[in-house]
Design a protein around this ligand. Structure first.
Ligand code: PLP
Length: 406
């Protein structure tokens, strides 16, 4: 029997995607599935993206340069300049979405047994990106009662040890919707500098902030060596399938190592970079504002619907398009199987991401789900409360759900 690596075996399936075969079966049975499981917005991809691809004139689609297409890098630099952050050549590396940027940085900084501090609950795929390097997540516990806030010295410093290499934060937060204040960011910067840690700031939801705070860690010049930003066009321009992201850092030693990875995988997709460049060149504040306002409507619809369900607990998010919800059930994974295999309300059912995968100890998340509010407000209302009082009863009923043994 051939052996598979213990590193990959330690990783789990994504709670956002693991139910896909059950979804296909439900759809084949004729059910309509409301998707609240995955951050796939239904907001139209800006026409600029497809126009750039259609306008492509060459008769060969060649490899792009390993660090990225110049048009994309230039447009991205102009975007960061608009945020007040001047970047030089070599400070940005084009990556396959934010996902590959995470993968690259972990490959560059972690040895077997090294630790990365991450506020919990966290984006589940961090477990994979960190796990395949042999590293592990050291969770910074947070709670719904405290609005999932974590950025204080008292909470973080006691967790730092000689194996700690980095602090990884998602700002705005997935799954919690927490948006860091400028003061909280300063606390993280001070900690990173004091303990010589990388401060990896995953800012793929940067524009989706409802409170007015829109910040980037790149603004903290004193931590230029520590800060690594993970970025992506996926959510910013509703272009998740383009797979265009960026690893951004002024730490040249890190970026030199990252280039080895980039050259090893040759390049990211040429045409998608041209489409991404066009979006950065032609869309700005006004576009971001209208998208954010749409997500605000979706948040309101979701929050209002959740408030109608007794026994459900959550905090209204300040950013991104997710919220963590505690349900009066024992195991939300079982609930998801039940909803796909046995339940229907007039030919419809729902998907969400069960909470266990968002915690290093799955038990902490068993009674939680993450909702992605990425569809139209009326669909969200329908998906959360239904229109049928019986269906609402079922959502509330711990008894029915506990009966399912899957
Ligand atoms: C917090 C966070 N980081 C990174 C990603 C990766 O996205 P992509 O690879 O599409 O840029 C996601 C996607 O959902 C995310 O939620």
């Amino acid at each position: 029997m051939m052996k598979l690596s213990s590193r990959i075996r330690r990783c789990g399936l994504s709670p956002m995607r693991q139910f896909y075969p059950y979804e296909v079966a439900a759809v084949n049975k004729g059910l309509k599935v409301h998707h609240m499981n995955i951050g796939q917005p239904d907001i139209e991809t800006p026409p600029a993206f497809l126009e750039a691809v259609k306008d492509y004139q060459k008769n060969v689609v060649p490899y792009a340069p390993a660090p990225g297409e110049e048009a994309y890098l230039q447009a991205a630099r102009a975007y960061y300049a608009g945020l007040g952050c001047a970047l030089e050549d070599g400070d940005i590396l084009a990556t396959f979405g934010g996902s590959e940027a995470l993968e690259i940085v972990m490959a560059c900084i972690l040895e077997e047994g090294d630790e990365v501090l991450v506020p919990e609950p966290f984006y589940p795929n961090y477990t994979t990106f960190i796990g395949v390097t042999g590293g592990k997540i050291c969770p910074i516990p947070t709670s719904a009662e405290e609005g999932y806030r974590f950025a204080s010295r008292e909470r973080i410093e006691p967790l730092i040890n000689e194996r700690t290499r980095a602090l990884l934060v998602t700002n705005p937060g997935n799954p919690t919707g927490v948006v860091l204040s400028r003061e909280e960011m300063q606390v993280l910067v001070d900690i990173a500098r004091k303990y010589e840690l990388f401060l990896i700031s995953d800012e793929v939801y940067r524009e989706i902030v409802y409170t007015g705070e829109k910040n980037t860690m790149l603004a903290f010049a004193e931590a230029a060596e520590n800060v690594v930003v993970i970025d992506s066009v996926s959510k910013r321009f509703s272009t998740t399938g383009a797979r265009v992201g960026a690893l951004v850092s002024r730490n040249h030693a890190l970026m030199d190592e990252a280039l080895k990875w980039a050259q090893g995988r040759l390049c990211i997709t040429t045409l998608d970079q041209l489409g991404a460049a066009k979006m950065y060149e032609t869309l700005g504040m006004e576009y971001f504002r209208s998208v954010r306002d749409e997500y605000r409507r979706r948040r309101e619809a979701t929050v209002e619907a959740l408030r109608k369900i007794p026994g459900v607990e959550f905090t209204s998010p300040d950013g991104a398009f997710y919220l963590m919800v505690t349900l009066p059930v024992d195991d939300t994974e079982k609930l998801q199987y039940f909803l796909l295999e046995e339940f229907e309300d007039r030919g419809e059912t729902v998907m969400f991401a069960p909470g266990a995968g968002f915690y290093s100890d799955p038990e902490l998340g068993r009674n939680k789900i993450r909702i992605a509010y990425v569809t139209a407000p009326e669909d969200l209302t329908r998906a959360v409360v239904g229109r049928n009082p019986q269906a609402q009863q079922l959502h509330r009923s711990g008894q029915v759900l506990r009966g399912n043994q899957k």
